[in-house]
Write a protein that binds this ligand. Structure first.
Ligand SMILES: Nc1nc2c(c(=O)[nH]1)N[C@H]1C(S)=C(S)[C@@H](COP(=O)(O)OP(=O)(O)OC[C@H]3O[C@@H](n4cnc5c(=O)[nH]c(N)nc54)[C@H](O)[C@@H]3O)O[C@H]1N2
Ligand SMILES: Nc1nc2c(c(=O)[nH]1)N[C@H]1C(S)=C(S)[C@@H](COP(=O)(O)OP(=O)(O)OC[C@H]3O[C@@H](n4cnc5c(=O)[nH]c(N)nc54)[C@H](O)[C@@H]3O)O[C@H]1N2
Ligand code: SF4
Ligand SMILES: [Mo]
Length: 751
């Protein structure tokens, strides 16, 4: 007889950055029922269809349930945890001692809903003296981060619930979300005659269907349209001069270049109607509030970083910061991105390191060389770079050239297959976890998910893995922690005092702070909550840095007492709790540039803007007559978080979409097969004829092409892995972000 279904428990979805609140029932190690959590302050009961499939994440045939060591022949053997920890510490410790810790490269640290585990890696990285890191953000968002840091010293956040004008550039929120309750918000804007939506995309997406102005650009030409829109705003007096003179720096150098923009010519190059471009500029320029969201469609395409700059100017010139419905600067619990000054470069290629991350596209060249500073080992956690980074064949070659690859993952991934050691993690529903994407405004909700299932046999949580590695590396002993452990048992206040004392006198322990918190405060928390210890530090930082915001959210106390209150609330509310609450104008105080003013001129990008005038129009050639967008978000995709192909009700193989015109020319119909060839590789796909595409534009979904065992245990690849087709060298000159939306391709029909 099956066990009684448990009561409803609060948790959240982990399939995209939105992390919608869920209520679930679990039994026998499975999700039995899943519904939106109406008590979650952020998502208010909303979910999309994908959350219903979460049992495919928790239960699948590719779970790793014992540490594995690679044999010489490439197969794996199970080893016990003590052996695994001892050997990993010895191997990486030896590389550090011989070549320096900077030769051990850290990659990953979290997916869409698990950033707590990776935060503990900070201790292991310090223990091994690792200096360089990267993760998937460095193949999508680093260009945008760099621009935001120059312009605002922070990351403005849109408010589509209240925006009069909503603008989406290379973003399809209907499918990819990007903020909570995206679909209801899109529908509400579409229905309201006083609100407007502008979408810029080569494909008539589900979002574009709801837009008032849809700019169906030729792929890769967004910079021209954005420049034209800004020029129209200047010409027609649609900029907010009062705001700019009060809040922004000098813009002359930029305005001089914008005034030269030939609007009609640029619209023509981009294949859009000048009247539509003018209409969009007027809507933005005359609105009370505008919120803008860019995403991969422009970040992974030509002029990536320039696009991000021009996109931000749309709302900056309008004065669109610090208002309801406009762009605002939220608070943060925990840091997702590094705080570095971005003045460091990668050791071999000398590429710009942005927010602490080496560009993903540079990783293979930092390994596959005899340069003395090359990486010799890699520590990969909660990331699948062999599948998700450009040029999978070269990533495999790079991993295979390393002396030691350690992977912490829940599954036997494309990347794990190339590891020397696989350390299997407890799943995201078997431990406390959270996202640091967060950053809601005006209210910021933080949600610590509670464990729903016991830690799977043979696995450990990341905090436990990092703690054991640090201990094996000699970074701490039990004796070091006695005082803090005793203090923790006497409550948060005693612990806080002891902690401060210890941190001042023991810099060696301060260096491995996450693990120290885990082993002391963590051990005093309820079973299964040890990993939440780091959030005590995050709560203290938040309370110290954003005291007024925290108090506005209803917390009382001064100093550490206020931080303790936030920490207790985070522990207590599995459905999320509002930790800061802000008035809109606080945004203007949060501008974090050196002089507190928005910087209008970014010289490198103003120069690139000027050079657009001389750029040859993109041309499809006989060799490569198609532009392939390699990695489209669909209802059938969730990065590589689901490995079992069984979760997909539709689009099981992840079809290559093409326009009816192209299909007719090729003589192919939906269901037919093609071979896609690029300069880098070839792959097969099934075709879907789709009238939302422009001729010459074809799209493949992201996240497909994973290997998974059949019922008889034979491993088979399902669908098309997009990065067998992409190249690491087609990339932005500044941030090195890949042009995944702009892969030149040819097609051959398979009879
Ligand atoms: N369903 C689902 N949702 C997801 C994910 C998922 O895997 N599945 N992944 C999450 C992650 S990690 C991310 S980063 C986000 C990404 O979210 P999005 O960036 O919204 O997703 P994409 O579909 O990759 O790209 C957005 C749009 O860019 C358009 N595009 C292609 N070329 C161009 C161009 O040259 N110019 C312009 N303007 N647009 C172009 C595409 O047609 C597409 O509609 O989604 C998140 N949400
Ligand atoms: N061609 C092309 N390539 C793309 C994209 C594209 O559009 N086109 N999109 C890119 C984008 S925007 C992104 S964000 C990346 C995403 O690619 P990745 O950063 O590689 O992330 P995910 O696919 O989300 O994989 C996360 C990994 O975490 C593992 N995991 C899940 N839960 C846990 C856990 O609790 N602990 C640990 N240790 N591991 C866990 C999963 O098994 C998986 O291996 O893909 C990128 N790749
Ligand atoms: S996939 Fe994203 S939008 Fe859909 S339920 Fe999960 S977190 Fe929410
Ligand atoms: Mo992403």
């Amino acid at each position: 007889m099956a066990a009684e279904p448990a009561e409803w428990k609060s948790t959240s979805c982990i399939l995209c950055s939105t992390n919608c609140g869920l209520q679930v029932q679990v039994a026998d190690g499975h999700f039995v029922k899943i519904k939106g959590d109406k008590t979650n302050p952020r998502s208010l009961g909303y979910t999309c269809e994908k959350a219903a499939g979460l049992d495919h994440y928790q239960n699948h045939a590719d779970r790793v349930t014992s540490p594995l060591r690679r044999r010489a022949d490439g197969s794996f053997e199970a080893i016990d945890w003590d052996t695994a920890i001892r050997e990993v510490a010895a191997k990486l410790g030896a590389i550090r001692d011989t070549h320096g810790g900077s030769k051990i490269f850290y990659y990953g640290g979290g997916g869409q809903g698990n950033h707590l585990g990776g935060a503990y890696s900070g201790a292991t990285r310090r223990a091994l003296d690792m200096r360089y890191a990267s993760n998937a953000l460095a193949q999508e968002k680093t260009g945008e981060f760099w621009v935001e840091r120059q312009m605002f010293g922070g990351r403005p956040h849109p408010d589509f619930e209240n925006a009069e004008v909503a603008v989406f550039i290379g973003k399809n929120p209907w499918q990819s979300h990007g903020w909570e309750r995206a679909r209801p918000a899109l529908r509400a804007i579409a229905k309201d005659p006083n609100r407007h939506m502008i979408v810029m995309d080569p494909r008539r997406t589900e979002s574009a269907d709801l837009a008032d102005v849809f700019l169906q650009v030729i792929p890769g030409t967004d910079a021209f349209v954005l420049a034209a829109m800004l020029k129209v705003m200047l010409d027609e007096g649609l900029t907010n001069e009062a705001f700019l003179s009060e809040r922004a720096g000098d813009g002359k150098e930029l305005f001089d270049v914008l005034r030269e923009v030939p609007v009609a010519d640029y619209c023509g190059r981009a294949g859009v109607d000048e009247a539509d471009v003018r209409k969009a500029a007027r809507l933005i320029g005359s609105s009370e509030s505008v919120s803008v969201l860019e995403d991969l469609g422009i970040e992974m395409a030509p002029h990536s970083t320039l696009n991000s700059y021009l996109e931000k100017l749309l709302y900056v010139l309008r004065g669109g910061l610090g208002l309801k419905g406009a762009m605002n600067l939220p608070t943060h619990v925990g840091k997702l991105i590094g705080e570095g000054k971005d003045n460091k470069v990668s050791p071999v290629g000398g590429h710009k390191i942005i927010t602490g991350l080496i560009p993903c596209n540079a990783i293979p060249e930092e390994i596959l060389t005899d340069h003395p500073d090359r990486f010799r080992a890699m520590f990969i956690e909660s990331g699948n770079p062999v599948h998700s980074l450009a040029d999978s064949p070269r990533m495999r070659e790079a991993l295979d050239a390393l002396e030691c690859v350690v992977v912490i993952d829940v599954a036997m991934t494309e990347t794990a297959k190339h590891a020397h050691y696989i350390l299997p993690a407890a799943s995201q529903y078997e431990k406390v976890e959270t996202t640091f994407f967060g950053g809601g405004f005006p209210d910021h909700t933080f949600q610590l998910r509670h464990p729903l299932f016991p830690v799977a046999d043979g696995t450990l949580t990341e905090p436990e893995i990092h703690s054991r590695l640090c201990r094996a590396l000699g970074a701490y002993t039990d004796e070091d922690l006695t005082v803090l452990r005793e203090a923790a048992n006497e409550g948060l206040e005693k612990f806080g005092m002891a902690f401060l004392g210890m941190m001042g006198s023991r810099p060696d322990l301060a260096a491995i702070l996450p693990v120290v918190l885990y082993e002391t405060l963590g051990r005093s928390l309820d079973d299964g909550f040890e990993g939440a210890a780091l959030l005590w530090g995050a709560a203290q930082t938040l309370a110290a840095e954003e005291t007024a915001s925290v108090k506005r959210a209803g917390f009382d106390g001064e100093g550490p007492v206020l931080g303790d209150a936030v920490f207790r609330a985070i522990l207590a509310h599995a459905n999320g709790v509002v930790v800061t609450s802000d008035p809109y104008d606080v945004t203007l105080e949060r501008i974090g540039t050196d002089d507190g003013r928005i910087q209008l001129v970014i010289p490198e990008l103003v120069a690139e803007l000027a050079e657009l005038a001389d750029e040859a129009p993109p041309r499809l050639t006989d060799d490569y007559p198609f532009i392939l967008a390699a990695g489209e978000r669909r209802t059938s995709t969730a990065n590589t978080i689901f490995r079992s192909p069984g979760w997909r009700k539709k689009d099981a193989e992840g079809a290559l979409r093409m326009s009816p015109g192209d299909a007719a020319r090729l003589g192919i119909e939906t269901g037919g097969r093609v071979r896609i060839r690029t300069k880098r590789g070839a792959a097969e796909a099934v075709v879907e004829v789709n009238d939302t595409l422009r001729d010459g534009h074809i799209t493949l979904p992201n996240g497909h092409g994973l290997e998974y065992p059949d019922a008889d245990g034979v491993r088979r690849v399902h669908g098309t892995p997009p990065n067998e087709l992409t190249s690491a060298e087609d990339r932005d000159w500044l941030a090195l972000t890949p042009w995944h939306k702009h892969v030149r391709a040819q097609l051959e029909v398979i009879a």
